[in-house]
Design a protein around this ligand. Structure first.
Ligand SMILES: Cc1ncc(C[n+]2csc(CCOP(=O)(O)OP(=O)(O)O)c2C)c(N)n1
Length: 657
C-alpha cells in the first residue's frame, strides 16, 4: 500500500485542492440557503475524502453513481461549476431542465449516473453498467455509493447478490456516517460492521477510514487496478460521520454533542492540511493562493448561473420529453407464413431480435438452459450463449435496475418476468427509474419487460393477474398487449427496437390455444395502433388480450350483432382517434377488460369516450370487468370471477338501451 511519501507533491496538492473545492462550495451554498436563494441542501461536509479520493482513484471513463452527499464526485469529475449552480437553481444550463432537484442528476458527458430518491435502485444500475463492461471486454470498474441507511433496502442485498453471482466489477461504497436521517446505526443494522455483510454474499470487503483522503485514494486505487484485471465485486465500508443535519433544515439536535466534538477533530480537510503543512508540501502561501482562486471561481461561476434566466416554461417541451423519440424501424411482414401458436410467435420474434441486435441481452429466472417456465427461450443458450441469455437470481428489482445500467451503457435488453404478478417486486425501478429517466435527464431506458399474465389457467391469486393498469397510468412507460400470434411477433420486435421502456403483456391462456398464420421474416408492427377485427354499425366493442377472444366468441354465436370490434393491441400509447371514430359511427360502446373493473383501462377509456364523443353517444358507456376480488384458484370460482361470463348479457343490455 503506497504511503504519503510515495506520492508526488503534485498529487498530494491536487488531492488537497480537490477536497477544498467542495468544502468551499458548500460553505457558499449554506450562505445562499440562509438567504433563501437555494431551496434544499444535503451536506457532505466532513465526508469529502470519500467522494474525492474515490473519484481521483478511478479513470474518468469509469462510471460512478453518487448519492446526495457526494458533491466531491461531481467536482472531481471537473463538471463546470456554472452548470452545477444552474442545476441547483433548476435552470436550463443544469442537467435536468429544471425537472429534478439538487443531486438527482447524471450526465453521460462525465460518466455519472444520478440517484433517484428511493436510493436502492442505484446499486442494481451499477451491476448493469459493470455487466456491460464485461460484455464489451472493457477492463473498467464501476463505483456506486450509499449511506448506512440505504444498506437496509432490499435493493442493496439483491444487487450485491447479483454482482457476486455474476462476478461484476462493482465497488459498492457504503459511507457509514452514523445516521440515516435521524436513525442511528444501532437502529439500522445489527451486525458489527457493514463490511461484514459482504461475507454473506461471498464478497471481498474492506473497512476504510473515510476521513483519510490518502487511505481512500490508496486503497481504492489498488483495488480498482486489481478488479480491472480480475473482475469481481468489492464492498467498502467507509467509516465517517455526518457533521450536519440530514438536510440543512432538519438540524442535528438528536446527535450527542460529544460525538460531534470527537468527529470534528477528525475533519478530513483540516487534518490533511496539517499533515501537508507539517511535511512542507503545503505552505501558508500556497494555501492562501488556492483558497483565493477557488473562492473567485465560485463567485464568478455563480454570477454566470445567477445571470441565466429562469427556465422557460413550455408545455410542448414538457410533453415531448417523456419518451425518447426514434424513427421506428419499419419492416414489412413477408408473404411466406407458417401456422404457429402465440407462444411460438413470441419465441420467434425474440430469437430473430437476438439475431438482428448482436448485443441484445435477455435476462430472467430459469431462462437459460431450462428455457424459461414457458419454454420461450428454449434452445437460446445453445444459439446465443449464456452471456446473452442470462439466468438471474430471484432479484426482480436488481435485474430491472441492471437492465437500466445496460441501457446507460448502450445495450438493449429484454427482461422476462417469470409471471407478470412478480413485477410487484420490481415495481419501484420500473415506475420510478425506467419511466422517469428520459424526462429527468434525457437518458433512454431501452428495455422490454416481458409479462406473462392473465387468468383462466386455474393458477390462483399470485399467478393470474393482468396488472397492466399498474403501469398504464405511469408516464414514460409503453404498454403492449397483443391477442394474436402475428401481432405478438411484430409488436415484440417493434418494442425491442423502441428506445423506451415497454411492458409487453403475453396472456398465458392464449400461449398455446391461439394459432395463426404468422409471417416468417423479421418484421415490425407499429406500436399505438388498434386492429379493427370486425366492422358493424350498432355498437363498438373495445377490448384487448383475452377479452378479444371472448368478444369474438360472442359475435360468432350472435351473427345478428353488427359491431366494430377493436383490439387495442397497445394500451400506452393509446390509439384514441380510431376508438373515437368508431364510437362516433356506432353511437354505443362497451369496454371489456379482464382485470377487476375499478381503476382499470375500461374506466379511463369510458372517461375519454364520454369527454370526447358525448354528443355521438346513444347510451352510457358500458364497462365490463372481473370481480373486485383477488383471483381464485378453483376453476368454477375463477369462471365466476372473470368478466367473460358477464360480457354477453352486458352487450345485449347496451344494444337494447
Ligand atoms: C425508499 C426510501 N425510503 C425513505 C426515504 C427518505 N430518506 C431519504 S434519505 C434517508 C436517509 C438515508 O440515510 P443514509 O443511507 O444513511 O444516507 P445519509 O443521508 O446518511 O448520507 C431517508 C430515510 C427515501 N428517500 N427513500
Amino acid at each position: 500500500m503506497p504511503t504519503k511519501t510515495t506520492h508526488s507533491t503534485a498529487t498530494l496538492l491536487q488531492l488537497y485542492k480537490s477536497m477544498l473545492l467542495p468544502r468551499l462550495i458548500e460553505e457558499k451554498m449554506l450562505i445562499l440557503l440562509r438567504q433563501g436563494k437555494i431551496s434544499k441542501w444535503f451536506s457532505g461536509i466532513g465526508q469529502e475524502a470519500i467522494s474525492v479520493g474515490l473519484t481521483a482513484a478511478l479513470k474518468p471513463e469509469e462510471y460512478i453513481l453518487p448519492m446526495h452527499r457526494n458533491l466531491g464526485v461531481f467536482t472531481t469529475r471537473n463538471i463546470p461549476l456554472r452548470r452545477l449552480f444552474s442545476q441547483w437553481q433548476g435552470k436550463a444550463n443544469g442537467f435536468t431542465k429544471g425537472r429534478d432537484r439538487s443531486f438527482h442528476f447524471g450526465t453521460q458527458e462525465f460518466n455519472l449516473v444520478g440517484m433517484i430518491s428511493h436510493l436502492g435502485p442505484q446499486f442494481g444500475i451499477a451491476d448493469g453498467i459493470a455487466l456491460a463492461n464485461k460484455l464489451k471486454n472493457k477492463a473498467e470498474v464501476c463505483a456506486v455509493f450509499t449511506g448506512d441507511g440505504g444498506t437496509s433496502e432490499g435493493d442493496f442485498h439483491e444487487a450485491l447478490n447479483v454482482a457476486a453471482v455474476w462476478s461484476l466489477p462493482v465497488l459498492f461504497c457504503v459511507e457509514n456516517n452514523g445516521y440515516g436521517l435521524s436513525t442511528p446505526t444501532a437502529e439500522q443494522y445489527f451486525c458489527k460492521d457493514l463490511a461484514d455483510k459482504g461475507i454473506g454474499y461471498g464478497m471481498e470487503s474492506h473497512i476504510i477510514d473515510g476521513n483519510s483522503i490518502l487511505e481512500v485514494y490508496n486503497k481504492v486505487s489498488a483495488l480498482a487496478e486489481s478488479m480491472r484485471a480480475t473482475p469481481r465485486p468489492v464492498l467498502l465500508e467507509f467509516k465517517t460521520f455526518r457533521m450536519r443535519g440530514h438536510e440543512e433544515a432538519s438540524g442535528t439536535k438528536y446527535v450527542p454533542e460529544d460525538l460531534m466534538a470527537t468527529w470534528a477533530l477528525k475533519d478530513p480537510l483540516e487534518n490533511f492540511k496539517k499533515e501537508l503543512l507539517a511535511d512542507g508540501v503545503l505552505t501558508a502561501a500556497i494555501y492562501a493562493e488556492y483558497e483565493t482562486a477557488i473562492k473567485e471561481t465560485i463567485n464568478s461561476e455563480l454570477a454566470i448561473a445567477n445571470a441565466e434566466p429562469a427556465i422557460s416554461v413550455s408545455l410542448e417541451a414538457e410533453l415531448s420529453d417523456v419518451y425518447a423519440v426514434a424513427t421506428p424501424v419499419v419492416i414489412a411482414p413477408s408473404n411466406t407464413t407458417h401456422h404457429i401458436r402465440l407462444i411460438d410467435a413470441i419465441s420467434e420474434g425474440l430469437e430473430q431480435s437476438m439475431e438482428a441486435h448482436d448485443d441484445l441481452v435477455i435476462m430472467g429466472q430459469d431462462i437459460a438452459e431450462y428455457g424459461g417456465v414457458f419454454k420461450i427461450t428454449d434452445g437460446f443458450t445453445e444459439k446465443f450463449g449464456k452471456e446473452r441469455v442470462r439466468n438471474t437470481p430471484i432479484c426482480e428489482s436488481a435485474i430491472v435496475a441492471a437492465a437500466y445500467g445496460l441501457s446507460v451503457s448502450g445495450i438493449k435488453s429484454v427482461m422476462e418476468m417469470q409471471f407478470a404478478d412478480f413485477a410487484s417486486t420490481g415495481f419501484n425501478p420500473i415506475v420510478n427509474l425506467l419511466a422517469k429517466s428520459y424526462y429527468r435527464w434525457g437518458q433512454k431506458a431501452d428495455i422490454v419487460v416481458r409479462m406473462p399474465c392473465g387468468a383462466g389457467v386455474a393458477a390462483g391469486p399470485f399467478h393470474s393477474q393482468t396488472n397492466e393498469s399498474w403501469f398504464t397510468k405511469t408516464p414514460g412507460l409503453k404498454v403492449v398487449y397483443p391477442a394474436f400470434p402475428a401481432d405478438a411477433k411484430g409488436l415484440l420486435i417493434a418494442a425491442i427496437n423502441d428506445p423506451n421502456p415497454v411492458l409487453f403483456y403475453e396472456h398465458k391462456a392464449l400461449y398455446r390455444s391461439i394459432r395463426q398464420e404468422v409471417p416468417e421474416n423479421y418484421y415490425t408492427l407499429p406500436l399505438g395502433k388498434v386492429a379493427m377485427l370486425e366492422t358493424g354499425n350498432d355498437v363498438t366493442i373495445v377490448t384487448y388480450g383475452a377479452g378479444v377472444h371472448w368478444a369474438l366468441e360472442v359475435l360468432k354465436n350472435s351473427p345478428e350483432i353488427s359491431a366494430d370490434l377493436i383490439d387495442l393491441r397497445t394500451l400506452q400509447p393509446l390509439d384514441t382517434s380510431a376508438i373515437y371514430a368508431s364510437v362516433k359511427k356506432t353511437g354505443k360502446v362497451i369496454v371489456l377488460q379482464e382485470d377487476s373493473l375499478f381503476g382499470g383501462m375500461a374506466s379511463d377509456l369510458s372517461a375519454l369516450i364520454t369527454e370526447n364523443c358525448f354528443e355521438a353517444l346513444d347510451a352510457p358507456v358500458k364497462r365490463v370487468g372481473s370481480l373486485e376480488t383477488p383471483i381464485p384458484f378453483d376453476k368454477e370460482l375463477e369462471k365466476q370471477y372473470l368478466a367473460k361470463g358477464r360480457f354477453e348479457a352486458a352487450l345485449q343490455e347496451l344494444l337494447a338501451y
